[in-house]
Design a binder for this molecule. Structure first.
Ligand code: GAP
Length: 439
């Protein structure tokens, strides 16, 4: 983990939140490379879970919602963790994370009896700071989907089964945020609520389960590091009748990566009761009315980013040196290719390299220009970012100029990140190779 945290900071992926003020526990900021990686991971999710399907729609709901939403959903009463405090050193812990819930793991002091600690962040909407103005930062993006179910039905008229997908921030006042971006207080989720006729729930559950495995494959997570865990009834969330946790072998142990839940009609029924608005679905043909049931694949973005970094991190010997690199799938790599002139003090090389860079960037936006330091250092830097290809313009490129079709015949060297091997090929072929790899 130390190596990943250090690479994350050194190469502009992930920084501690508010770092110059000493940080804020449970918060991290994504830097220039992290933003691109996170966006690519989200784009891949959108492609697989929403855009490649005919039965999926998107929403982008507000984070602040009417507090009645969280009363109806059961979060005000029950979204809590068991909190214990040490009478001696005053530290606080989650009782269910301790081997001995009576003894302080730090100083050995006596721990208090567990009490339910609600994890929702509270704030006030408007100028009054009294009870009537309390609003919550949403603890899951799902709430914004359920309250928009009727809006989507009334505006788009989808036929069952159909689903609503959303990516967004969620907030949880975790008692013990830890393990880098694994357990955060401010996190991002990618969630689907898929509405079905009640007898169809099992088939839909299995179909989404398969989609989640397909997504893990597309991200490049090794199959033997992803495990399904059937969550027993006593450990399931209050709304779920069946939950499978997708667990991942992180360096700090096997832990939950994503969840798949059968939420029954719990949420729509609760919001119908709480709001007084009918959320029944009307079958066109039979005129039957009922509350649809829900299958929910819920994926944390940050835990996915961490699993991707853990899976991609490699060290090997190359050119007599130990190097670290990220073997990221080209589809999600923040930079697809780096273009550089062999020497930066040769204007003719720089001009040609700039032309190749501009041509490639028109076709593939996520390419980088790098002329800092010697070529070996540039390659090492790009290896750590996970850039699959480096295109270098050298004197051989120039030597072939002034022909009738220079883009077809001029050559560059194309370096492969994982093997470090370089080959000389026409510029058009190098561009085609990059495009093919990310397709
Ligand atoms: N809507 C269902 C729901 O929120 P959850 O199991 O509480 O279910 C879903 O959370 C996913 O969100 C988890 O599988 C995980 O990927 C992510 N997640 C939950 N709490 C998190 C935290 N404190 N920090 C980072 N990710 C978290």
């Amino acid at each position: 983990m130390e190596k990943i945290v250090s690479l994350g900071k050194r190469r502009g992926f992930i920084f501690p939140g508010s770092e110059i003020y000493g940080g804020l526990a449970g918060t991290f900021d994504y830097g220039p490379m992290g933003v691109l990686l996170k966006e690519n991971i989200q784009q891949l999710w959108l492609a697989l879970f929403r855009d490649s399907r005919d039965d999926m729609y998107g929403v982008d709901a507000a984070i602040l919602m009417n507090p009645k939403v969280w009363e109806s959903s059961g979060h005000v009463a029950g979204f809590s963790d068991p909190l214990v405090g040490c009478e001696k050193c005053k530290r606080r812990f989650r009782a269910d994370h301790l081997d001995d819930p009576r003894r302080c793991p730090t100083c050995g002091g006596t721990l208090s009896e567990p009490r339910a600690f609600n994890m929702m962040f509270k704030t006030h909407a408007g100028a009054m700071e009294d009870e009537s103005a309390i609003v919550y930062l949403r603890p899951e993006t799902a709430g914004g989907i359920f309250v928009n179910y009727k809006n989507v039905v009334d505006s788009i008229h989808p036929k069952l089964p159909f689903g609503i997908a959303q990516i967004g921030k969620a907030f949880r006042n975790e008692i013990a945020p830890r393990d880098f971006i694994f357990r955060l207080r401010e996190l991002s989720q990618m969630e689907v609520e898929y509405f079905v006729r009640p007898p169809e729930w099992e088939a839909a559950f299995d179909a989404w389960r398969a989609t989640m495995h397909a997504y893990a494959d597309a991200l490049g997570l090794p199959r033997d590091a992803v495990h399904e865990f059937e969550v027993p009834a006593e450990d399931r969330a209050h709304y779920s009748k069946r939950t499978i946790d997708f667990e991942f072998d992180y360096p700090f142990g096997r832990k939950e990566l994503w969840g798949l839940a059968y939420r029954t009609d719990f949420d729509l029924s609760a919001h119908q009761r709480g709001s007084g608005v009918s959320l029944e679905y009307l079958e066109d043909e039979t005129k039957e009315k009922f509350i649809p049931h829900v299958i929910e694949p819920s994926l944390g973005v940050d835990r996915t980013v961490l699993a991707v970094l853990v899976s991609a991190y490699r060290e090997d010997e190359l050119g007599g040196e130990t190097r670290a690199y990220l073997a990221l799938s080209p589809r999600i790599a923040p930079v697809k290719a780096m273009v550089s002139p062999l020497l930066k003090n040769k204007p003719e090389l720089v001009a040609k390299a700039r032309a190749v860079y501009a041509a490639l960037k028109r076709e593939v936006p996520q390419v980088a220009w790098d002329d800092n330091g010697n070529i070996g250092k540039r390659y090492r830097r790009q290896d750590e970012i996970g850039t699959p290809f480096c295109l270098t313009i050298d004197f051989d490129t120039l030597g072939q100029e002034n022909q009738t079709a220079p883009w077809l015949t001029d050559t560059v060297t194309l370096r492969d990140r994982d093997s470090g091997a370089q080959e000389r090929l026409p510029i058009t072929d190098a561009v085609a190779r990059v495009k093919e790899a990310i397709r």
